[in-house]
Design a protein around this ligand. Structure first.
Ligand code: NDP
Length: 292
């Protein structure tokens, strides 16, 4: 059933500047806007980026306008050694994590183009990058006082109804879905791409490799949500809607700041209103509905 998410209200503010958030791919686009919004709301935020110069400049631009609680650390989510170094840096410098926004992603298609260009890179970044980082940071979540939160930035291109293959869909929508089945699905997709049969096999048609990476991310989020159900860690996905960033070549129905306002609203929901295992879609730039 769809439902509306209530607005942020000062009366149910559960966070403080002791509350820590990590945002990946935050040197620009929606990630940068999310860091800024969370700083405005008074949290301590770690801005991460794969390019050290771009990331430190982005953090510096926020310090210049008065946000002292921003930290920067380099993080390339497609590189397991970078993830390990980041987890260790975070443990030493901040220690306890409340909110993780897995935002970093790549696509090599322009809007309206549906080619498969670098499927391995897309899957390694958008899916395995977010998953490996999450697993590395899991021991650092506070999981007391309030519910800790993971928000995976996803896309409606990766929802199950975009799969034209009933057999693959049946596997991914199963209540007993496992991580091994998700891995096997991705391996199958890459094999079908190599053998030139992917179109016949019923994989998504729009931004196919990107859509598969997000489909896997949505599936993993449900598996993880189930694993932590009742254990003070909520895991959700959000499609921010068509947003004007580099990924869309500047096209979109709304700005990164508008998308970031929605992200903040979702990750700061009071514990009693916070669901888990949901896929949220941002509609009309201000409204948020949940599906699944
Ligand atoms: P942008 O292309 O503007 O930003 C993507 C960010 O991810 C950049 O900071 C980029 O860094 C970073 N990134 C890419 N690869 C890596 C990596 N290996 N390690 C660390 N960082 C990396 O995209 P958006 O802001 O539009 O997208 C943000 C999220 O929202 C993504 O998950 C996207 O899939 C999702 N989304 C966006 C939509 C839109 O309409 N814009 C619609 C639906 C979903 P660099 O600058 O170095 O390239």
């Amino acid at each position: 059933m769809n439902h509306l998410i209530p607005p942020l209200s000062p009366t149910n503010r559960w966070w403080s500047e002791e509350t820590t958030a990590v945002v990946t791919g935050a040197n620009k686009g929606i990630g940068f806007a999310v860091v800024k919004r969370l700083l405005e709301l008074g949290l301590t935020v770690v801005l991460t980026a794969r390019n050290a110069e771009n990331g430190s400049q982005a953090a510096e631009s926020l310090r210049r306008i008065g946000f002292g609680n921003v930290h920067f650390c380099c993080l390339d989510i497609s590189d397991p050694s970078s993830i390990a170094a980041f987890a260790s840096w975070f443990g030493r410098n901040l220690g306890i994590l409340d909110i993780l926004v897995n935002n970093a992603a790549v696509s090599f298609n322009a809007v309206g183009e549906n080619l498969i260009k670098e499927p391995e890179t897309i899957i390694k970044t958008n899916f395995y990058g977010a998953k490996l980082l999450t697993e590395a940071l899991l021991p650092l979540f506070r999981r007391s006082v309030s519910v800790s939160r993971i928000l995976n930035m996803s896309s409606r291109l990766g929802t199950l109804n975009k799969l034209r293959s009933p057999s693959i869909r049946r596997i991914l929508e199963s209540e007993d879905l496992t991580n091994e089945q998700i891995d096997a699905t991705l391996t199958q997709f890459l094999q079908d791409v190599k053998s030139g049969t992917w179109e016949k096999q019923g994989w998504p048609e729009n931004w196919p490799d990107y859509a598969i990476s997000k489909l896997a991310l949505n599936a993993y989020s449900r598996v993880l949500a189930r694993r932590y159900d009742g254990k003070k860690l909520s895991v959700n996905c959000l499609c921010p809607g068509f947003t004007r960033t580099s990924m869309t070549g500047g096209q979109g129905t709304h700005t990164a700041d508008e998308a970031a306002a929605i992200v903040a609203k979702l990750v700061l929901l009071p514990p009693e209103k916070l669901a888990t295992g949901k896929f949220y879609i941002c509609v009309e730039s201000k409204k948020l509905i949940s599906k699944l």
